[in-house]
Write a new protein. Structure first.
Length: 220
């Protein structure tokens, strides 16, 4: 981890997990159910049956790939729920210290998230973190088909900060984060905040894995 961070000038931080637990109170399955209802109400009950899932972002990505005409309706429901959820989302222990240490070390700190940009910005404003984040690349309606592990969001942050892929490190808690980082040419640090994630992130090819953000902060 020390070697990776020594070569890093731009730290990319995933939002849901490393920064906060978005659906800890509202529940991802509740949001997915709302989105499926919106699909049914639009007259696509058969699509709702085929795409049934408890993960709203998986649902949105599936809809974007197969039924792009439904993206505005589904994205609106998911975005509204994300904005509702972040008002009560608890910060991940140690994340403020990580952000502050990034800046103290001269590195850029950016958010790269499949969650709605409006929700990310609302959360940062709520907790007084807006000025501590150098760039945000989060989901917009036209990004629904290009969420991580696609590299679009990572490219957006790299361009905003003038960073080369090799100078970037993404900290994320899902295999899609690891795959996106490596596809982009960046380093990937897995954040194993729940049982079973250490193995999943390792199997996904994470360069290293930390179970606490403090372990990353100490090496910055």
């Amino acid at each position: 981890m020390r070697e990776i961070l020594a070569a890093t000038s731009c730290v990319m931080l995933d939002f849901d997990g490393p920064l906060c637990a978005v659906f800890a109170d509202l529940g991802a399955s509740t949001v997915a159910a709302r989105a499926l209802d919106a699909i049914r109400q639009a007259g696509y009950a058969d699509v709702a049956r085929r795409c049934e899932t408890s993960d709203p972002l998986d649902l949105l990505e599936s809809i974007a790939a197969e039924y792009p005409e439904l993206v505005p309706d589904v994205d609106a429901v998911v975005s509204d729920a994300e904005n509702e959820a972040v008002s009560n989302a608890a910060s991940t222990p140690g994340v403020v210290e990580l952000i502050e240490r990034c800046h103290a070390s001269g590195r850029s700190l950016c958010i790269v998230s499949n969650n709605a940009e409006s929700a990310v910005r609302a959360y940062l404003a709520e907790y007084g973190l807006t000025r501590k984040v150098d760039a945000i690349a989060a989901r917009r309606p036209d990004d629904a088909a290009h969420l991580k592990p696609d590299t679009r969001l990572l490219r957006r942050v790299a361009e905003a900060t003038g960073s080369s892929p090799a100078a970037c490190t993404l900290i994320g808690d899902s295999p899609s984060d690891i795959k996106a980082a490596h596809a982009f040419g960046a380093h990937a640090i897995g954040y194993a905040n729940k049982p079973g994630k250490f193995v999943k992130l390792t199997n996904a090819g994470a360069d290293t894995v930390a179970e606490k953000l403090e372990l990353i902060t100490s090496e910055l």
